[in-house]
Every structure is written in structure tokens, then in C-alpha cells.
Design a protein around this ligand. Structure first.
Ligand SMILES: NC(=O)C1=CN([C@@H]2O[C@H](COP(=O)(O)OP(=O)(O)OC[C@H]3O[C@@H](n4cnc5c(N)ncnc54)[C@H](OP(=O)(O)O)[C@@H]3O)[C@@H](O)[C@H]2O)C=CC1
Ligand SMILES: N[C@@H](CC=O)C(=O)O
Ligand code: NA
Length: 368
């Protein structure tokens, strides 16, 4: 990286945000100028606080309440003027209001880097506003969201490169949820397993693998959002998903009576009532020499996109090669008749932050 670097404003300092701060503290060209969570804002945090981790106490004791987003824009514009540097805003929340504000951030000239799937998988109107605001690729604001799919794994970059170089994508298929990967890698194994579905989900929640409310994972909506984000990058599919992720046929694993439960804790507590149903599905698959895996498919040739629970032979890579929260994504294209495979951890703070930090480096290389 050369030049004067860029200013970085970080909204959301939870699991992923904290790891982003840690990674950025070793990259002096990326100047963190603001930290904000849902309660507080910390302006111009000291470099020592960023590298030692004491920024968290400084933020908690900051006398500045979280800035409303329009005020945040004004503040960042002042800082950009003072420093003469381009600004990138990082959205490490899963908040809809922050996501809906991207057109305003981009409109103010700031680039946006995000692991938050909400904007890119939401309404087509919001998506079009974002596209319009980033149309000037030569000198305008940039938007990168590599970590919205497969955390730091190179999924979006790979898909964009395939398309930009004239390849024709025929099918994308894979295990796209780190949480559901973990759950089925534990629950449905080639050798057979006795563990209860509810127990695996409980352990996954306790270990922080699930979203705070496990329904966000088990409903399949996380996967359909990722499928929407990828589909929107494929020219022949751009008109196929007018309503965003809600238009993707998605199999929910949440039992009907649990669909409206607001508390993640109550959801997990009641899940054992439905263990017999999951036991039966596992046994039926094993009788056929198969395991259960929750997959997403984008079949470009058929124009079909769906998220579903499928059975795979115990010898299939989805059955044999995944452990933990691994994602695996296969791209079948005109050039890659034998699919191009990307595999590795698809969730977790460090690997998600890596995707965010790498995106920020790209912004700094192009606008710093
Ligand atoms: N964890 C993972 O493995 C992966 C996560 N992601 C995505 O990364 C994003 C962050 O995930 P994660 O770090 O796990 O989530 P956390 O729940 O750990 O952190 C969320 C952060 O966002 C803040 N926040 C929420 N609403 C607002 C708001 N309106 N304004 C400012 N700050 C707000 C929270 O602040 P407060 O504490 O005050 O509420 C918190 O600091 C999500 O979109 C997630 O889907 C993507 C890939 C993998
Ligand atoms: N809950 C998500 C986290 C990343 O997007 C997942 O399981 O993949
Ligand atoms: Na990725």
C-alpha cells in the first residue's frame, strides 16, 4: 500500500468487529478514526488502545452516545477533511437500519465494507441504489462484502473473477452455513450417530457457532441470503430474484410450533420435543447409505435457486471432507467442467475479520 492510507470507521464491535480491530492494529495505513456500537461512539481511538484491546473499556466509558447515522456522516466528513484521506465505513452489525443507510454513506463519498448480509440480500430497490452509488468504479466510492458469503473464504471474489474474465457459470452448489455445517457434521455421520439434534444445536449455541437466535440459522434464511448475494452477481440471474432472499425457496428446519418464539433460549429449551422427527430423517438417510447436509444451489442453466436439506452418499465430498463449521462451495462453469472447489472455515471471528480486513486493504490500494 502506498499513499496516505484511508480512514476507517467501524460500526459494530462484537465478535467480528473486535477481530477486525485487532487485525487493523498491525496495518498503519488503515487509520481507525471511529468505533461505534449500539450505545456509544469513540472518536479517534489511541493506537495503543487499539493494539492492547483497551479500546473496549474506552468505548464503554466514552461520554459520546452512539451517533445517529446522519451525524456520523457529518463527523466522518470533518475527519476526512482534516486528514485529507478517503473514508471506509465498516458495518460489523447485522442491523437492518445500518444496512439501509449504505446509499447515504456511499452518497457521501465513503466506501463501505461489510460482512452484514442484510443490504446485499434485501430489497431490490436498496440493491439498485447501492449499485447506482458505486457505478463510478474508477474514482467513486467502493463496496466490498467478501465476508457476507463463506466468511473470509474467496467466494465472491472468485465468482466476480470468473464472470469478469468471460467464463460462464453453470452451477454453484455448496454448504454455505457454518452453523448448519457444524450441526450436520455432528448429527449425521457416515458411521451413524446417536446424538440428539437438540443436543447438537444446544452445544453449537453454547460455543457461539449459532446466531444469537438459532432460528436465523435453522430457518435457512442465512443460506438464502447468501444465495441471493451470489445470484445477483450472475448477469443471467439478476432479474430472477426481484424480492431478494425471501423469493428463494428455502427449507426451514425450525419445527412449525417454534417459528414464532422470540427468545433463542426458549427455542433451544423446546427443541428436544422434536428430536424424534430429526432421528427419523437421519435413520432414513443412513438406510440409503447417505448423510444429511443443508445445501444451497444456484442452477444457472435451469434458472433455479434453492436452499434445502439433502441426502448425500457417505462417499460424497460433502459427507467426507467437512469438519467443524467448514463451508464447501463448488463452481461448475464452462471452463471448470470439473468444479472449482473452495473449502474451509465458513464462520468464526478471525476468518470473518480476515475477509473484512482484506477488503479494506483493497479500498486502501484503490483510494488511499
Ligand atoms: N460471526 C461469524 O462467524 C460471522 C458473522 N458474519 C456477520 O458479521 C456481522 C457481525 O457478526 P458478529 O460480530 O458475530 O455479531 P455480534 O452480535 O457479536 O456483534 C454485533 C455488533 O453490532 C453492534 N450493533 C448492533 N446494532 C447496532 C447499531 N444499530 N448501531 C451500531 N452498532 C450496532 C453491537 O453492539 P451492541 O453490543 O451495543 O448491541 C455489536 O457490537 C453480522 O452481520 C454477521 O452475520 C458473517 C460471517 C461470519
Ligand atoms: N451464522 C452464519 C455466520 C456467517 O455468516 C453461518 O453459520 O454461516
Ligand atoms: Na467470503
Amino acid at each position: 500500500m502506498s499513499g496516505k492510507g484511508i480512514n476507517v470507521a467501524i460500526i459494530g464491535v462484537g465478535l467480528v468487529g473486535s477481530a477486525v480491530i485487532q487485525q487493523l492494529s498491525a496495518l498503519p495505513a488503515l487509520h481507525i478514526v471511529l468505533l461505534q456500537n449500539s450505545r456509544k461512539t469513540l472518536l479517534s481511538p489511541a493506537a495503543a488502545a487499539l493494539s492492547s484491546g483497551s479500546w473496549a473499556d474506552a468505548l464503554a466509558s466514552s461520554s459520546t452516545a452512539a451517533l445517529p447515522l446522519p451525524e456520523l456522516v457529518t463527523k466522518l466528513q470533518e475527519l476526512a477533511k482534516e486528514t485529507g484521506r478517503h473514508t471506509a465505513v465498516v458495518d460489523n452489525t447485522s442491523n437492518d437500519d445500518v444496512a439501509s443507510f449504505y446509499p447515504s454513506l456511499l452518497g457521501a463519498g465513503f466506501s463501505v465494507v461489510t460482512p452484514n448480509k442484510k443490504a446485499l440480500s434485501g430489497s431490490l430497490d436498496l440493491y439498485k441504489q447501492i449499485q447506482a452509488a458505486t457505478a463510478d468504479a474508477a474514482s467513486g466510492p467502493l463496496l466490498y462484502g467478501e465476508s457476507t458469503v463463506g466468511a473470509g473464504l474467496p467466494i465472491i471474489g472468485t465468482l466476480k473473477d470468473l464472470i469478469a474474465t468471460g467464463d460462464e457459470v453453470e452451477k454453484i452448489e455448496g454448504v454455505l452455513s457454518g452453523t448448519l455445517s457444524y450441526i450436520f457434521n455432528e448429527f449425521s455421520t457416515a458411521k451413524g450417530s446417536d446424538v440428539k439434534f437438540s443436543t447438537v444445536v444446544k452445544v453449537a449455541k453454547e460455543n457461539g457457532y449459532t446466531e444469537p437466535h438459532p432460528d436465523a440459522d435453522l430457518s435457512g434464511s442465512d443460506v438464502s441470503r447468501k444465495l441471493t448475494i451470489l445470484s445477483r452477481l450472475i448477469p443471467s440471474l439478476t432479474s430472477a430474484l426481484p424480492k431478494g432472499f425471501l423469493s428463494v425457496p428455502t427449507a426451514s428446519l425450525t419445527p412449525e410450533p417454534l417459528r414464532d418464539i422470540a427468545s433463542g433460549e426458549e427455542y433451544v429449551a423446546r427443541l428436544p420435543e422434536f428430536d424424534a422427527h430429526f432421528d427419523e430423517m437421519r435413520a432414513e438417510a443412513l438406510k440409503e447409505g447417505k448423510v444429511l447436509r443443508y445445501v444451497g444451489v444456484i442452477d444457472v442453466l435451469k434458472g433455479e435457486v434453492k436452499a434445502s436439506l439433502e441426502r448425500y452418499p457417505v462417499t460424497h465430498p460433502f459427507a467426507t471432507s467437512l469438519t467443524g463449521s467448514d463451508n464447501i462451495i463448488s463452481f461448475t462453469t464452462k471452463r471448470y467442467e470439473r468444479p472449482l472447489l473452495v473449502q474451509g472455515a465458513g464462520a468464526g471471528a478471525a476468518v470473518t475479520a480476515m475477509g473484512v480486513t482484506a477488503d479494506l486493504i483493497r479500498v486502501a490500494e484503490r483510494r488511499g
